[in-house]
Design a protein around this ligand. Structure first.
Ligand code: F6R
Length: 258
């Protein structure tokens, strides 16, 4: 795992976006794994700025990480809507090339198996963008998720429902279930890029990076991946015991190191 500590959340976004741009320049039909939430939003905003400067995302394919169960696609809280308004439209992606797990399928298990099959049929994910939950989840793989799990329905942890209540009128409105790419699915991506900012993520980052591999800290599964890059700001890095050991990067100079 490679850990890069950036001076600010904005730098995290710029640095993460640069990795995506480099991939797309090399491979215009690249397959991206798309996380939602606050963590990657600075990266998506930067990608939208790069689009304005001429980077073409119109042939890039995408698979979202997760979706709530039971929320209509048009509801603003659905990840289908979030992916559309925060990623697909600002980046000028082709909506027909973007998939989000179906949280409304009558047979959720079958829809999840079909989702994994669609990822495989696309040739696999080239670059999986990830955030991390305060409880160490990636996607919605909550603590105790099997480290080899596939895309599947899952119950949301109480902490996740509390953390995501900010997107809903009340905590009680946050769905209890979701569908999420599994940890095994995520591990199959050619490259993983996890972004985190802020004190709230410091403990989860420390446990994922420096703790033992454990299903209680699903993000620790990144330790098994040969190309996992963790880009965090100083506050998210504040729980790391060995922070001198990792790369500290400063703004545009960071480019030299990637
Ligand atoms: C959402 C996802 C989640 C989030 C995580 C952090 O698609 O994959 O794992 O990345 O819950 O959410 P934020 O960034 O909103 O704190």
């Amino acid at each position: 795992m490679e850990i890069v500590i950036m001076p600010s959340a904005e730098h995290v976004g710029r640095f993460a976006a640069e990795r995506v741009v480099r991939l797309v320049a090399r491979r215009p039909q690249a397959v991206l794994g798309l996380a939602t939430g606050s963590s990657p939003s600075a990266a998506y905003s930067e990608l939208a700025r790069r689009r304005a400067k001429g980077i073409d995302f119109s042939r890039v394919r995408g698979f979202a990480l997760d979706e709530y169960v039971g929320i209509p696609r048009e509801a603003p809280q659905s990840y289908f809507s979030v992916v559309r308004t925060e990623i697909v439209e600002p980046l000028g992606m082709d909506p027909s090339l973007i998939r989000v797990p179906d949280g409304l399928a009558v047979d959720l298990e079958a829809a999840c198996a079909e989702y994994d099959a669609a990822i495989a049929a696309a040739g696999g994910i080239d670059l999986q963008i990830l955030g991390i939950g305060g409880n160490g989840h990636i996607g919605f793989n909550e603590p105790t998720s099997s480290l080899s799990s596939r895309t599947r329905p899952k119950a949301l942890a109480p902490r996740t429902r509390r953390d995501n209540a900010r997107f809903f009128a009340a905590e009680a409105d946050v769905p209890e279930y979701c569908v999420t790419q599994g940890l095994g699915t995520i591990l199959e991506a050619a490259e993983l890029l996890l972004v985190a900012q802020g004190e709230d993520k410091a403990e989860a980052i420390a446990r994922a990076v420096e703790g033992p591999l454990s299903s209680f800290v699903p993000a620790s599964v990144l330790q098994l991946h040969p190309r996992a890059l963790v880009i965090i700001d100083e506050t998210a890095a504040s729980g790391l015991r060995n922070s001198d050991y990792y790369r500290h990067a400063l703004g545009s100079e960071a480019d030299r190191w990637v």
